[in-house]
Write a protein that binds this ligand. Structure first.
Ligand code: NOJ
Length: 567
């Protein structure tokens, strides 16, 4: 497979708001491309695929952890923050990745788990051995396991307590995730210092930002529930000041799986900013709920709650990622309905969520895949595509934990799906061979050869989105509709452009989505836009203008959508 020769640029343009326009791609290095035939993806393998990602229109990559790690939690159990896991390559390979990505005007953000380390980290080993030594207070220790009983257990399938006993130190240590991941003690100034050093180390290597893993959980207190404590926000404000001062243009992205207002708190305020970006956890499950319930009211409510963010802040929106589809932020009724629709087999469930990939969740229904992507690419914030979802890759629920949706990328119908030349038995995870999603059917090469494939469709949407900056930068106003199954909103620029644009730009786009499993006619209340002509942004066809009374009636096919430029 060859892609058009990359346009190499002298380097990245200085653009401090790049993240609000960018299309991101989450790529598991371990599962993307194996360059040395050991059955594990690596950095040179990823470098070899940058042309593909550039062709797809990707502006930035998010790499889940690539540090040395015992690998008991997909690398989120870090044993050394200043290195690269040997199976992925070397720091020089990483420098090469950054350089080659930047030449393609593509940015790299890396995952940084700062809440906890692996129990194999030298800091923890020192803390166990020498309680009065320099690392003695790097973790949260207690003589009993009684403290903070109200702090919820996140990995409820595997853990029964947030405390574990250490035989050597003869004390309990606190952990929000697996018991082999002790939480760092942010009450220790030495921890702040060490963490700032780690952040600088990677920024000096040229990364464009960080996904701040599990960021709400840095501090615990007797008064709070250990999620977004005031001191956690204060720590983020300090970190942001350092990043903006010494490394302008680099971003901090919060992973905070919380209710809308609590997630938005991680942006801070205009005067005292915290993270530049935060994942929109509340909106994600409501998209899946709307697809099956055929009702959009929950989606409308949550969109209305999450639009008010400080200037310059940006959401990261996603459909799926390397974790389970989390159902923590929906009520019990919605959760049970979603388990019934999407996780009818017990093996599809984990903790409070569903461990399946996008295409199997949507039963490989092309209309639903298009509708979900169209929404993803038109919501406020930067869209994140999970590797393989652009070709509708399947999953393997017979694998453990979240490995179900972390299997090797399917490049070709050849051995190991073109991911690796290793003996198939040696792959770190087997390639998908299910009836519907077998790699011999679902792979990049075959989809490149079909002009109507999902891959070409997704690429087209990526380019259309990028051609309309208002979809990245604009605000969102929900439009009332006559149907409970139709979501409509206008993405609109904040004001007229400061200077006359060199090319005609669109200031407003009306986005309409039919979640009903039947065609329908719907009336939209578009008072503000009365009299305006509408033009389909994909094909350029003129639509009837908004009538003078602002009441526009459209017909929509089953699970279809429109993006209409408002002239
Ligand atoms: C969040 C990560 O996304 C997840 O994969 C990991 O298991 C937890 N943090 C704990 O590190």
């Amino acid at each position: 497979m060859t892609f058009t020769a990359p346009i190499t640029l002298p380097g990245l343009a200085l653009d401090v708001q790049w993240y609000r326009r960018a299309v991101f791609y989450e790529v598991l290095v371990r599962s993307f491309a194996d360059s040395n035939g050991d059955g594990i993806g690596d950095l040179p393998g990823l470098i070899g695929k940058l042309d593909y990602l550039q062709w797809l229109g990707i502006d930035a990559l998010w790499l889940p952890p690539i540090f040395p790690s015992p690998g008991r939690d997909g690398g989120y159990d870090v044993s050394d923050y200043a290195g690269i896991a040997a199976e992925y390559g070397t720091l020089d390979d990483f420098r090469d990745l950054v350089r080659q990505a930047h030449q393609r005007n593509m940015r790299i953000i890396i995952d940084l788990p700062l809440n906890h380390t692996s129990d194999q980290h030298a800091w923890f080993q020192a803390a166990r051995a020498e309680p009065d030594g320099p690392f003695g207070d790097f973790y949260v220790w207690s003589d009993d396991d009684e403290r903070w009983p109200d702090i919820r257990i996140i990995f409820s399938d595997t853990e029964t307590s947030n405390w574990a006993f250490d035989e050597k130190r003869r004390q309990y240590y606190f952990h929000r995730f697996f018991s082999h991941q002790p939480d760092l003690n942010y009450n220790s100034p030495a921890v702040h210092h060490a963490v700032h050093e780690v952040v600088r180390f990677w920024l000096d290597l040229g990364v464009d930002g960080f996904r701040l893993d599990a960021i709400p959980y840095l501090y615990e207190s007797d008064e709070g529930n250990g999620e977004g404590e005031p001191q956690t926000h204060e720590f983020l404000r300090q970190l942001r000041r350092m990043v903006d001062r010494d490394y302008p243009g680099r971003v901090m992205l919060a992973e905070a799986n919380q209710w809308p207002r609590e997630v938005a708190a991680f942006f801070g305020s205009e005067e005292e900013p915290e993270c530049h970006m935060a994942f929109d956890f509340p909106v994600m499950p409501r998209i899946f709920y709307a697809l099956r319930s055929q009702r959009v009211d929950d989606l409308v409510d949550v969109l209305s709650e999450t639009t008010d963010v400080p200037p310059g802040a940006g959401w990261g929106v996603f459909l799926r990622n390397h974790d389970e589809l989390s159902l923590e932020m929906v009520n019990e009724e919605v959760r049970q309905a979603m388990y019934g629709w999407y996780a009818y087999d017990d093996r599809m469930r984990i903790n409070v969520g569903i461990r399946r990939r996008l295409a199997p969740l949507l039963d490989n229904a092309r209309a639903e895949l298009e509708l979900a992507h169209a929404l993803l690419f038109s919501l406020p914030g930067a869209p994140f595509v999970y590797y393989g979802d652009e070709i509708g890759m399947g999953d393997n629920i017979w694998l453990d934990d979240r490995d179900s949706s972390r299997t090797p990328m399917q490049w070709t119908p050849d051995r190991n799906a073109g991911f690796s030349t290793a003996d198939p038995g040696k792959l770190h995870l087997p390639v998908v061979q299910s009836l519907v999603f077998d790699y011999r059917n679902v792979n990049v090469e075959s989809q490149l050869a079909q002009s109507r494939s999902l891959l070409h469709w997704v690429r087209n949407v990526v380019y259309v989105r990028k051609a309309h900056p208002v979809l990245g930068l604009g605000g969102l106003a929900v439009v009332p509709t006559s149907s409970p199954s139709v979501l409509a909103f206008v993405r609109q620029s904040a004001g007229p452009p400061a200077a006359a644009p060199a090319v005609e730009t669109t200031d407003a786009i009306l986005c309409v989505f039919n979640f009903a499993q039947n065609p329908l006619a719907v009336t939209l209340s578009l008072g503000e836009w009365a009299g305006r002509p509408l033009v389909d942004v994909f094909g350029g066809a003129a639509f009837p203008a908004v009538p003078d009374d602002g009441r526009l009636t459209l017909t929509l096919g089953t699970q279809t959508f429109y993006w209409l430029a408002v002239r």
